[in-house]
Write a protein that binds this ligand. Structure first.
Ligand code: ZN
Ligand code: ZN
Ligand code: ZN
Length: 278
Protein backbone atom coordinates (compact mmCIF):
# COMPACT_ATOMS: atom_id res chain seq x y z
CA UNK A 1 0.00 0.00 0.00
CA UNK A 2 1.04 3.55 -0.59
CA UNK A 3 -0.06 6.23 1.86
CA UNK A 4 0.52 9.89 1.17
CA UNK A 5 -0.09 12.52 3.82
CA UNK A 6 -1.39 15.70 2.21
CA UNK A 7 -1.91 17.74 5.39
CA UNK A 8 -0.59 16.99 8.88
CA UNK A 9 -1.68 19.74 11.30
CA UNK A 10 -4.42 20.06 13.86
CA UNK A 11 -7.36 22.37 13.16
CA UNK A 12 -5.56 25.73 13.24
CA UNK A 13 -2.69 24.58 10.96
CA UNK A 14 0.98 25.29 11.76
CA UNK A 15 1.90 28.11 11.66
CA UNK A 16 -1.59 28.86 12.89
CA UNK A 17 -3.36 31.53 10.88
CA UNK A 18 -3.20 34.36 13.40
CA UNK A 19 -0.52 33.07 15.78
CA UNK A 20 2.78 34.64 16.79
CA UNK A 21 3.92 31.97 19.28
CA UNK A 22 7.53 30.78 19.15
CA UNK A 23 6.61 27.49 17.42
CA UNK A 24 4.71 29.32 14.69
CA UNK A 25 7.48 31.89 14.21
CA UNK A 26 10.00 29.07 13.94
CA UNK A 27 7.89 27.18 11.40
CA UNK A 28 7.40 30.31 9.27
CA UNK A 29 11.15 30.96 9.24
CA UNK A 30 12.16 27.33 8.58
CA UNK A 31 9.50 26.58 5.92
CA UNK A 32 9.57 23.20 4.10
CA UNK A 33 8.33 20.27 6.16
CA UNK A 34 7.68 22.61 9.08
CA UNK A 35 4.66 24.13 7.36
CA UNK A 36 1.64 21.99 8.16
CA UNK A 37 -1.82 22.33 6.59
CA UNK A 38 -5.05 20.70 7.72
CA UNK A 39 -5.06 16.89 7.84
CA UNK A 40 -5.82 14.77 4.82
CA UNK A 41 -4.31 11.65 3.24
CA UNK A 42 -4.72 9.47 0.19
CA UNK A 43 -4.12 5.75 -0.30
CA UNK A 44 -2.68 4.45 -3.58
CA UNK A 45 -3.63 7.79 -5.21
CA UNK A 46 -7.30 6.78 -5.12
CA UNK A 47 -8.87 6.46 -1.67
CA UNK A 48 -9.07 9.89 -0.09
CA UNK A 49 -9.24 10.30 3.69
CA UNK A 50 -10.98 13.53 4.76
CA UNK A 51 -11.90 16.66 2.84
CA UNK A 52 -10.58 19.83 4.55
CA UNK A 53 -10.64 23.33 3.09
CA UNK A 54 -6.98 22.80 2.14
CA UNK A 55 -7.97 20.03 -0.30
CA UNK A 56 -7.68 22.32 -3.31
CA UNK A 57 -4.07 23.32 -2.58
CA UNK A 58 -3.15 19.75 -1.61
CA UNK A 59 -4.22 18.55 -5.06
CA UNK A 60 -2.25 21.29 -6.79
CA UNK A 61 0.87 20.92 -4.63
CA UNK A 62 1.06 17.14 -4.71
CA UNK A 63 -0.28 16.41 -8.20
CA UNK A 64 -3.42 14.60 -7.02
CA UNK A 65 -6.00 14.07 -9.78
CA UNK A 66 -9.09 14.39 -7.60
CA UNK A 67 -11.39 14.47 -10.64
CA UNK A 68 -10.93 10.69 -10.91
CA UNK A 69 -11.08 9.83 -7.20
CA UNK A 70 -14.16 7.65 -6.68
CA UNK A 71 -14.24 7.33 -2.89
CA UNK A 72 -13.53 9.53 0.08
CA UNK A 73 -13.88 8.40 3.67
CA UNK A 74 -14.45 11.08 6.30
CA UNK A 75 -13.25 10.68 9.88
CA UNK A 76 -15.60 13.22 11.48
CA UNK A 77 -17.50 16.47 11.08
CA UNK A 78 -14.86 18.95 12.29
CA UNK A 79 -13.99 21.64 9.77
CA UNK A 80 -10.30 20.72 9.58
CA UNK A 81 -11.37 17.32 8.20
CA UNK A 82 -14.65 18.11 6.51
CA UNK A 83 -15.41 21.21 4.46
CA UNK A 84 -18.58 20.27 2.57
CA UNK A 85 -19.07 23.74 1.03
CA UNK A 86 -16.50 22.75 -1.60
CA UNK A 87 -18.77 19.93 -2.85
CA UNK A 88 -20.39 22.73 -4.84
CA UNK A 89 -17.42 22.39 -7.16
CA UNK A 90 -18.92 19.06 -8.37
CA UNK A 91 -21.89 20.85 -9.94
CA UNK A 92 -22.49 20.81 -13.70
CA UNK A 93 -21.23 24.07 -15.16
CA UNK A 94 -18.40 24.16 -12.60
CA UNK A 95 -16.90 20.67 -13.07
CA UNK A 96 -16.55 19.73 -16.73
CA UNK A 97 -15.53 16.12 -17.24
CA UNK A 98 -13.32 15.02 -20.08
CA UNK A 99 -15.60 12.14 -21.17
CA UNK A 100 -17.82 10.27 -18.71
CA UNK A 101 -18.41 11.93 -15.35
CA UNK A 102 -16.79 10.06 -12.48
CA UNK A 103 -19.16 9.47 -9.54
CA UNK A 104 -17.70 10.46 -6.17
CA UNK A 105 -18.97 8.57 -3.15
CA UNK A 106 -18.59 10.21 0.25
CA UNK A 107 -18.51 7.71 3.13
CA UNK A 108 -19.06 8.97 6.67
CA UNK A 109 -21.14 8.71 9.81
CA UNK A 110 -24.60 10.29 10.01
CA UNK A 111 -23.04 13.64 11.01
CA UNK A 112 -21.77 13.90 7.42
CA UNK A 113 -25.01 12.81 5.79
CA UNK A 114 -26.96 16.06 5.84
CA UNK A 115 -23.99 18.03 4.51
CA UNK A 116 -23.65 15.75 1.48
CA UNK A 117 -27.38 15.51 0.89
CA UNK A 118 -27.59 19.30 0.57
CA UNK A 119 -25.43 18.98 -2.53
CA UNK A 120 -26.88 15.85 -4.14
CA UNK A 121 -29.58 17.54 -6.19
CA UNK A 122 -27.23 20.30 -7.37
CA UNK A 123 -24.37 17.98 -8.28
CA UNK A 124 -26.62 15.44 -10.01
CA UNK A 125 -28.93 18.08 -11.56
CA UNK A 126 -28.10 17.27 -15.16
CA UNK A 127 -29.14 13.64 -14.63
CA UNK A 128 -25.55 12.54 -14.19
CA UNK A 129 -24.39 10.38 -11.30
CA UNK A 130 -21.78 12.78 -9.89
CA UNK A 131 -22.14 12.57 -6.13
CA UNK A 132 -23.28 9.85 -3.72
CA UNK A 133 -23.41 9.35 0.01
CA UNK A 134 -22.98 6.08 1.91
CA UNK A 135 -23.41 5.95 5.65
CA UNK A 136 -20.89 4.16 7.79
CA UNK A 137 -21.41 3.06 11.36
CA UNK A 138 -18.92 2.40 14.14
CA UNK A 139 -17.70 -1.23 14.01
CA UNK A 140 -19.05 -1.58 10.46
CA UNK A 141 -16.83 -3.01 7.71
CA UNK A 142 -17.27 -1.88 4.13
CA UNK A 143 -15.86 -2.80 0.75
CA UNK A 144 -14.75 0.56 -0.60
CA UNK A 145 -13.07 0.49 -3.98
CA UNK A 146 -11.51 -2.90 -3.28
CA UNK A 147 -10.35 -2.02 0.26
CA UNK A 148 -11.90 -3.43 3.39
CA UNK A 149 -12.51 -0.40 5.56
CA UNK A 150 -13.54 -0.84 9.18
CA UNK A 151 -14.74 2.17 11.14
CA UNK A 152 -13.93 2.20 14.85
CA UNK A 153 -15.42 4.77 17.24
CA UNK A 154 -12.91 7.47 18.16
CA UNK A 155 -12.37 8.97 21.61
CA UNK A 156 -13.09 12.50 20.36
CA UNK A 157 -15.90 15.11 20.32
CA UNK A 158 -19.06 12.93 20.16
CA UNK A 159 -21.00 15.69 18.36
CA UNK A 160 -18.76 15.16 15.32
CA UNK A 161 -19.50 11.39 15.35
CA UNK A 162 -15.82 10.56 14.97
CA UNK A 163 -14.31 7.31 13.74
CA UNK A 164 -10.83 6.08 12.99
CA UNK A 165 -10.23 3.71 10.11
CA UNK A 166 -8.67 0.28 9.80
CA UNK A 167 -7.95 -0.25 6.10
CA UNK A 168 -6.83 -3.39 4.33
CA UNK A 169 -6.08 -4.10 0.68
CA UNK A 170 -6.14 -7.86 1.29
CA UNK A 171 -2.39 -8.04 1.82
CA UNK A 172 -1.50 -5.15 4.09
CA UNK A 173 -3.46 -3.47 6.88
CA UNK A 174 -3.11 0.00 8.30
CA UNK A 175 -4.68 2.10 11.04
CA UNK A 176 -5.45 5.76 10.38
CA UNK A 177 -5.78 6.90 13.98
CA UNK A 178 -6.89 10.49 14.28
CA UNK A 179 -8.62 12.42 15.69
CA UNK A 180 -8.76 10.35 18.86
CA UNK A 181 -7.58 10.03 22.41
CA UNK A 182 -6.62 6.60 23.74
CA UNK A 183 -9.00 4.15 22.05
CA UNK A 184 -12.13 3.18 23.95
CA UNK A 185 -12.29 -0.17 25.79
CA UNK A 186 -14.81 -1.28 23.16
CA UNK A 187 -12.15 -0.86 20.46
CA UNK A 188 -9.58 -2.90 22.38
CA UNK A 189 -12.29 -5.49 22.86
CA UNK A 190 -13.01 -5.45 19.12
CA UNK A 191 -9.33 -6.07 18.36
CA UNK A 192 -9.23 -8.89 20.93
CA UNK A 193 -12.18 -10.54 19.17
CA UNK A 194 -11.00 -9.71 15.63
CA UNK A 195 -7.25 -10.19 15.73
CA UNK A 196 -5.34 -8.28 13.10
CA UNK A 197 -1.72 -7.52 12.33
CA UNK A 198 -1.08 -3.90 11.45
CA UNK A 199 1.66 -3.22 8.93
CA UNK A 200 1.29 0.51 9.49
CA UNK A 201 -0.07 2.58 12.38
CA UNK A 202 -0.63 6.34 12.24
CA UNK A 203 -1.53 7.97 15.56
CA UNK A 204 -2.91 11.33 16.68
CA UNK A 205 -0.13 13.38 18.31
CA UNK A 206 -1.85 16.73 18.73
CA UNK A 207 -0.27 17.47 22.12
CA UNK A 208 3.24 16.42 20.98
CA UNK A 209 5.52 17.00 24.02
CA UNK A 210 2.81 18.01 26.45
CA UNK A 211 1.69 15.27 28.81
CA UNK A 212 -1.56 13.71 29.96
CA UNK A 213 -3.49 13.88 26.67
CA UNK A 214 -5.74 10.82 27.08
CA UNK A 215 -9.14 11.96 25.75
CA UNK A 216 -9.98 13.87 22.59
CA UNK A 217 -6.42 13.76 21.30
CA UNK A 218 -3.10 12.22 22.28
CA UNK A 219 0.52 13.27 22.76
CA UNK A 220 3.80 11.38 22.41
CA UNK A 221 3.55 10.02 25.93
CA UNK A 222 0.12 8.46 25.35
CA UNK A 223 1.06 7.35 21.81
CA UNK A 224 3.77 5.21 23.43
CA UNK A 225 1.21 3.78 25.83
CA UNK A 226 -1.12 2.81 22.95
CA UNK A 227 1.74 1.24 21.04
CA UNK A 228 2.78 -0.81 24.06
CA UNK A 229 -0.75 -2.16 24.48
CA UNK A 230 -0.96 -2.98 20.77
CA UNK A 231 2.34 -4.81 21.00
CA UNK A 232 1.25 -6.81 24.04
CA UNK A 233 -1.88 -7.90 22.15
CA UNK A 234 0.11 -8.92 19.07
CA UNK A 235 -1.54 -6.23 16.92
CA UNK A 236 1.89 -4.88 15.98
CA UNK A 237 5.42 -6.22 16.01
CA UNK A 238 8.91 -5.21 14.95
CA UNK A 239 7.86 -5.10 11.30
CA UNK A 240 5.12 -2.53 11.87
CA UNK A 241 5.87 1.01 10.69
CA UNK A 242 4.65 3.56 13.23
CA UNK A 243 4.00 7.21 12.53
CA UNK A 244 2.82 10.23 14.52
CA UNK A 245 0.46 12.68 12.85
CA UNK A 246 -1.95 15.66 13.40
CA UNK A 247 0.16 18.19 15.30
CA UNK A 248 -0.67 21.38 17.17
CA UNK A 249 1.74 24.32 17.42
CA UNK A 250 0.96 24.28 21.15
CA UNK A 251 2.74 20.94 21.35
CA UNK A 252 6.23 22.40 20.91
CA UNK A 253 8.85 21.31 18.38
CA UNK A 254 8.53 21.97 14.67
CA UNK A 255 8.89 19.01 12.30
CA UNK A 256 12.69 19.10 11.93
CA UNK A 257 13.26 19.22 15.69
CA UNK A 258 10.67 16.55 16.41
CA UNK A 259 12.01 14.15 13.79
CA UNK A 260 15.44 14.26 15.48
CA UNK A 261 13.93 13.93 18.92
CA UNK A 262 11.89 10.77 18.24
CA UNK A 263 14.35 9.01 15.93
CA UNK A 264 15.57 6.74 18.76
CA UNK A 265 12.01 5.50 19.40
CA UNK A 266 11.51 4.65 15.74
CA UNK A 267 8.60 7.00 15.07
CA UNK A 268 8.13 8.45 11.63
CA UNK A 269 6.97 12.06 11.85
CA UNK A 270 4.42 12.89 9.17
CA UNK A 271 4.82 16.02 7.06
CA UNK A 272 2.75 17.43 4.23
CA UNK A 273 3.44 15.42 1.09
CA UNK A 274 5.17 12.51 2.85
CA UNK A 275 4.70 9.20 1.04
CA UNK A 276 5.15 5.85 2.74
CA UNK A 277 5.02 2.46 1.06
CA UNK A 278 4.56 -0.67 3.12
ZN1 ZN B 1 -8.42 17.45 13.59
ZN1 ZN C 1 1.40 29.29 17.29
ZN1 ZN D 1 -11.54 16.75 15.39
Amino acid sequence: MKLQYLGTAAAEAWPALFCECESCKKARAAGGRNIRSRSQAIIDDRLLIDFPADTYMHCIQHGIDITRVENMIITHAHSDHWYPADLWCRYPGIAHFDGESCPLTVWGTAAIKEDVEKHLSGANAAGEDRLRYREIEPFGSYDIGGYTVTALPANHDPLAQPVIYQISDGEKTMLYGNDTGIPFDSVWQYWAEHPVHFDYVSLDCTGVLQSGWRDGHMCLETNAEVLERMRSMGLIDGSTVVCIHHFSHNGGPIHDELAELVKPQGWLVSYDGMTVEF
